[in-house]
Design a protein around this ligand. Structure first.
Ligand code: GLU
Length: 390
């Protein structure tokens, strides 16, 4: 069949592909250790599930407004005020089919052919593909370990041309796990205002911070950057709600109206009763404790995984202070990241994501949102693999 040209311009999502492969191998009874997709192994907290179940029983089973249930949009407004000191109205928010879909809607609503979107690498696999699907041009700026894989204000300034429309900021970062300090966020904000471009801040890992790292939303830096900022967010990572598909986009009213128009002709509203679970995630006081318990578990796993990897000759990494990913440098092995990951999966039954997915071919990414036993067994197998290749 002759398919649309846009399809050949994008590559499939490697994070999803490898996760699906690992899950299929597990179903076949293969003893696999998976560090692939960033998906918490915890169940969704009980009170959130209960709220969705109640909504289902109460008949919240019908179409709702394309932009989301009014009660959820209001709960998001309160969250942004309470946790980020940001003042928005419900009209500034659209509820989307996961955080990923909020970014897709943004690209569709904002990017025209010829528009450039600046993306620091290593980046999350879907950013450039979404830009391309919208007809835009991704401009990738490579960052290095010297700056902890964070783009510097000078790098950003240099990448901006008269075609630049948008800059994608992601802190805490997937795949690096790095967190921009408040001062670094302020310095980036200055460039955004000076060059008069827009910034979308992907804040989905906001709650997953370690060792005293702080999250500052770039939208909160100044009124000038507030006008140029868009926030992408969702419930998947902090509340262990990956399969629920509830996310949201925050921005100026015209942008949200445009995204709602697109959503009105594509997915319509997000599953109605799932949105009631999301309301409980933000409004029920029990959520804080649930999130904190999961964060503490991730913190322990992070320490365990970095200690285990540190003991393996030939591997190096920068200790992450956010999200639940560890990026490991494999440049000593003279293999592409795909070769390394294929070998590791075939020989040792360990699934990790090749850095090529994030434009970091000399790295692999491990998600440590998995139980401690898998971490111990999987890293032991990684050590055996590495030893056989050195
Ligand atoms: N965002 C997660 C990851 O990077 C889930 C998979 C995906 O959507 O890419 O692993």
């Amino acid at each position: 069949m002759k398919l649309a040209a846009r399809v050949s311009q994008v590559t499939p999502s490697l994070t999803l592909a490898i996760d699906a492969k690992a899950k299929a191998m597990k179903r076949e009874g293969i003893d696999i250790c998976s560090f692939s997709a960033g998906e918490p192994d915890f169940d969704t907290p009980e009170h959130i599930k209960q709220a969705a179940t109640d909504a289902l029983k109460q008949g919240k089973t019908r179409y709702g407004p394309a932009a989301g249930e009014p009660l959820l949009r209001e709960a998001i407004v309160r969250k942004l005020q309470r946790e980020n000191q940001l003042t928005y109205k419900p009209e500034n928010i659209i509820v989307t089919n996961g955080g990923k879909h909020s970014l897709y809607n943004l690209m569709m609503a904002m990017i025209d052919p010829g528009d450039e979107v600046i993306i620091p690498a290593p980046y999350w696999v879907s950013y450039p593909e979404m830009v391309k699907l919208a007809g835009g041009t991704p401009i990738v700026v490579k960052t290095t370990a010297e700056t902890q894989f964070k783009i510097t204000p000078d790098q950003l300034r240099e990448a901006i041309t008269d075609k630049t429309k948008l800059f994608i900021l992601n802190s805490p970062s997937n795949p690096t796990g790095m967190v921009y300090t408040p001062d670094e966020i302020r310095a980036i904000a200055q460039v955004i205002v000076e060059k008069d471009i827009y910034v979308v801040s992907d804040e989905i890992y906001e709650r997953l911070l370690y060792d005293g790292a702080e999250h500052l939303s770039i939208a909160a830096v100044s009124p000038e950057v507030f006008d140029r900022a868009i926030i992408s967010h969702g419930f998947a990572k902090a509340y262990s709600m990956t399969g629920w598909r509830v996310g949201y986009l925050v921005g100026n009213v015209d942008l949200i109206k445009a995204a709602s128009k697109i959503q009105g002709h594509s997915t319509s509203n997000v599953c109605t009763f799932a949105q009631y679970g999301a309301i409980a995630a933000y409004e029920d006081p029990r959520s804080n404790e649930s999130v904190e318990l999961m964060r503490q578990a991730f913190a322990e796993r992070r320490q365990a995984i970095v200690d285990l990897v540190a003991a393996i000759p030939g591997l190096s990494y920068i200790k992450p202070d956010g999200a639940f990913y560890l990026m490991i440098d494999i440049s000593k092995f003279g293999m592409s990241s795909l070769e390394f990951c294929d070998g590791l999966l075939t020989e040792q039954k360990v699934a990790v994501i090749p850095g090529i997915a994030f434009d970091a071919d000399d790295h692999i990414r491990l998600s440590y949102a998995t139980d401690m036993a898998t971490i111990e067994k999987g890293i032991d197998r990684l050590a055996t693999f590495v030893k056989s290749k050195l």
